[in-house]
Ligand binder design. Structure first.
Ligand SMILES: [Zn+2]
Length: 396
């Protein structure tokens, strides 16, 4: 079958076209058509497919089968000529991200000899894998500055077809993957890439180019980046969040880091103090619990305590009297069972693990005199505590 003529190769701004259906097919149980020519871009080269309609029928997928482009449809179309419409906002976004990638890739190469190893355009964020081991903030800034200078210079973006025997004359950034007639995309005098994607006419259209988070991958660096409309939306959301946070701290956005660090330090100090107070309180409470204890076993679900507080109380109780304790406490969607005994008692509390597990599924463990078990949710804490208490009355 003849390869589909790709109208987006000739004009990346073409959003409406007419073309004859040359074949109707079924693709993965859905109707599909092949057209003699199409402006729909298939998923390839790191760039997602176009969205849109053929005669009002939604195009769900555009698949490249060895040069034949298959349009997978939401419902069937009869043979004949159809009118295609491309989602213009999405195409514009793809042109910005894709051309921005060319500019960024060349900026990484020009300034840091960082080679582009892969590119992926996601629905929200795009990524670029660069052959660098590490990068400083200052170098990130230099790359961004260089890329944005090329945007402001509003350079022309030209597409030419070059036969592969003459490709050596083109200063390509990367060697081409394909053979035959090669499509070369030139950002005037700055970058030359063999690429089949959709690009802007002039770099000014890319808008702001912004690098985001960096991650180490396969010994290289992977950069998030945003161009144009995406960069603006990201800045808008972050600016709002920053101003809202600054207002809640009654400070300028620039002073926020210092404020958060101060708050975190205060939080750590308060936690430490709360722990100390909790231990002192547990010592007083344990005295009363030991006095009131009817036998050797103290048990209960402590509704108003964290697992940490329950543990501190259990340890204070077993220190004060010759007792065994089974306390339950809820924390972060889990039920905690704390089992402790005085040093003078001989029972090995690890034997309690299968006893409780036979009643309620639990995980955890410990030593002969202290065991902590965790269960999903706290609804069955009481059952677990009762089972443990019964065993302790017999064995402790
Ligand atoms: Zn490209």
């Amino acid at each position: 079958m003849a390869e589909t003529r790709r109208l987006y190769d000739e004009d990346a701004y073409l959003l409406e076209f007419e073309a004859a259906i040359v074949e109707r097919r079924v693709h993965e149980n859905r109707p599909a058509v092949v057209l003699e020519a199409t402006a729909f871009y298939p998923e390839s080269g790191g760039q997602p497919r176009d969205k849109g309609t053929l005669d009002g029928v939604e195009v769900l997928e555009v698949v490249d089968l060895d040069g034949v482009l298959l349009h997978v449809l939401a419902s069937e179309l009869p043979m004949g000529t159809v009118r295609g419409r491309i989602d213009g906002a999405l195409r514009s976004d793809h042109r910005q991200q894709h051309t921005g990638q060319h500019v960024l890739s060349q900026a990484f190469w020009e300034l840091l000899k960082g080679e582009t190893l892969s590119f992926h355009m996601g629905p929200e964020i795009s990524t670029l894998e660069i052959g660098l081991k590490s990068i400083s903030d200052a170098d990130c800034d230099r790359v961004e500055d260089r890329a944005n200078t090329v945007v402001r210079e509003d350079r022309e973006v030209k597409t030419t077809l070059v036969p592969d025997d003459r490709i050596g004359e083109v200063p390509l950034r990367r060697p081409p993957k394909k053979q035959g007639l090669l499509r070369v995309v030139e950002v005037d005098g700055f970058d030359y890439s063999a690429c089949g994607g959709t690009h802007v006419r002039r770099t000014g259209e890319i808008g702001l180019i912004k690098l985001g988070a960096t991650e180490k991958i396969r010994g290289n660096l992977r950069f998030d980046f945003l161009c144009g409309g995406r960069a603006l939306r990201d800045y808008r959301a972050k600016d709002r969040a920053a101003r809202r946070l600054a207002a809640s701290f009654s400070c300028a956005p620039g002073d926020m880091s210092a404020q958060v660090e101060k708050l975190a330090a205060e939080h750590r100090a308060l936690k430490k103090r709360a722990r100390g107070l909790g231990e002192r309180l547990a010592a007083f409470e344990s005295e009363e619990i030991v006095r009131a204890a009817g036998g050797r076993v103290v048990a209960g679900v402590l509704d108003d305590r964290t697992p940490e507080e329950a543990r501190a109380l259990a340890l204070a109780v077993v220190k004060r009297g010759e007792l065994a304790v089974a306390y339950g406490a809820a924390g972060e969607g889990q039920g905690h069972l704390i089992l402790a005994r005085s040093g003078s008692l001989k029972a090995d509390l690890r034997q309690l693990v299968p006893v409780v597990a036979a009643v309620v599924p639990v995980k955890g463990g410990g030593g002969p005199s202290l065991v902590e078990l965790v269960m999903a949710g706290s609804a069955r804490l009481r059952e677990a505590v009762d089972a443990a208490a019964a065993w302790l009355r017999e064995n402790a």
